[in-house]
Write a new protein. Structure first.
Length: 220
């Protein structure tokens, strides 16, 4: 019989927390020592998780033949990141760690799990496209074109967070973050719409912070 998903989420909380901490800390080379510790904790915790559920996958993943391999893959990613950290390749370690986020995303989508974590993943992808396109814009007209092409998409992806089905434990904090974030994103898009290059650069940080707040609220 498959194990309960709620039990899996409970056991996932600590190693996933160390994973998120690893991802945050490797975004800044000044945090290298703390990052190495967090990665070690992530690996150790995930090893226990993978062993615990290797022969007893939680219900949503019971039909996933490669579930044990996917769980072990996260450990390999952590080990690869730690090797890079020992060589002071912090940025590369961060990029390597990103695979775990996509690994879990793929698993949940295939299991038809409607998670705020994956709504955040969706928004992150659209955010990166818009910010990159806006940064590359060389004129007022090019910036306005970015707004024309992407503004509605970015807002839709932001509002999609509210459709997640696991918001219960974080509802109060989530509602505040969603509302505040929308204000930041709207202000940024208004700058794009007006072709204001300087304001767009200044307001881009608010968009990133809005995403980070939602991502940090993930109840898992």
């Amino acid at each position: 019989m498959a194990s309960e998903y709620k039990d899996f989420l409970r056991d996932l909380a600590a190693p996933y927390g160390h994973y998120r901490q690893s991802l945050v800390l490797t975004s800044n080379k000044d945090n290298a020592d703390k990052a190495r510790l967090a990665i070690d904790q992530f690996i150790q915790g995930w090893e226990g998780l993978a062993t615990r559920y290797a022969m007893d996958p939680p219900t949503p993943f019971a039909g996933m033949a490669d579930f044990p391999a996917k769980m072990k893959r996260a450990i390999a990613v952590g080990q690869e990141a730690q090797t890079l950290m020992k060589d002071a390749q912090v940025a590369r370690a961060h990029a390597v760690l990103e695979e775990v986020r996509y690994l879990l995303w793929d698993m949940r989508i295939k299991a038809h799990i409607n998670s705020v974590a994956d709504k955040a993943n969706d928004f992150h992808e659209s955010m990166e496209v818009v910010l990159d396109q806006a940064t590359a814009a060389k004129s007022k007209e090019e910036l306005i074109n970015v707004w024309t092409r992407y503004a509605a998409w970015l807002l839709i992806k932001w509002d999609d967070h509210a459709l997640a089905e696991d918001l219960g434990p974080i509802r109060k904090e989530f509602d505040t973050a969603l509302m505040d974030g929308r204000k930041s994103i709207t202000a940024y898009l208004d700058a794009l719409h007006s072709g204001d290059v300087d304001s767009a650069k200044k307001l881009a940080g608010g968009v990133k912070n809005a995403y980070k707040k939602i991502w940090a609220l993930d109840p898992k």
